[in-house]
Write a protein that binds this ligand. Sequence first.
Ligand code: DAK
Length: 257
Amino acid sequence: MPYELILLEVEPPVGVITLNRPAVLNALSPAVIAEVTAALGELERDDSVRAVVLTGGPKVFAAGADIGDMAERGPVEQLARDQTGRWAGITAFTKPLIAAVNGYALGGGCEMALMCDLVIAGDSARFGQPEINLGIIAGAGGTQRWPRTAGKYVAMEVNLGGQPVAAQRAYQLGVVNKVVPAEMTIEAAKRVARQLATKPPVALRLAKEAVNLALELPLQQGLLAERKNFYFLFATEDQKEGMHAFLEKRRAQFQGR
Ligand code: DAK
């Protein structure tokens, strides 16, 4: 499908989605989110792709939802547009999704990064929820994912104060996996993606699912879900391949079956 607001590249085994509205700092209009989730759908179905990088390019990740698009709307209109349903396409993606963040990741941009599985930040990255300055609050997870990631007090600072958190501090808070020089961010994220692409795809999917469930379920239910995924993997060819390769002292070749 042709895209107008994003770029989609497939360099098997890695897919790269780049937000592409530089004139408005990659502001996330509903059309952008629709393209991102359509691209993720394509990459989900493409067996040659085993991990995906989501980036805003070298200068900015995204300065949030499109304020021009929202300014005059009412609540019923907002509700009817089912933005939440569209954004859910990001968290529904089952392959590893790695955010490569340079510059501002604000509002919905920050929430988009927090929806990814790993975050590689350039040293120019700034993460924040400035919605408070617009008379609203975060609407795509900012009040929920910050406390689960960085704890209550940082979440309060970010959501009430509206000041962005710089890359290095975000790293210290555990909000990002790695900070690299800004010009290296996308390549560093691709490197992580290529490493993950060598892993068994079904196990990757079930590991991702189980870790995400940990944020939702009481411990015993989470452990049960983990155990079921663990047992299920003994039905895969990749489990046999992984264990035989270990015993035969060779590198495993995982097929995703
Ligand atoms: N929307 C629209 N345009 C934006 C924009 C945005 N979020 N951010 C920047 N721009 C535009 C600017 O208007 C400017 O356009 P021109 O004037 O050149 O035409 C251009 O991008 C360059 O921006 P600046 O001139 O402002 O650049 P600076 O370097 O001076 O400042 C900045 C960069 C990022 C600090 C500043 O642009 C800024 O504060 N931007 C707004 C940040 C913000 O408040 N973000 C939160 C938006 S609310 C939901 C899903 C998502 C959301 C809610 C619900 N559901 C699923 C229910 C998300 C909400 C939000 O993100």
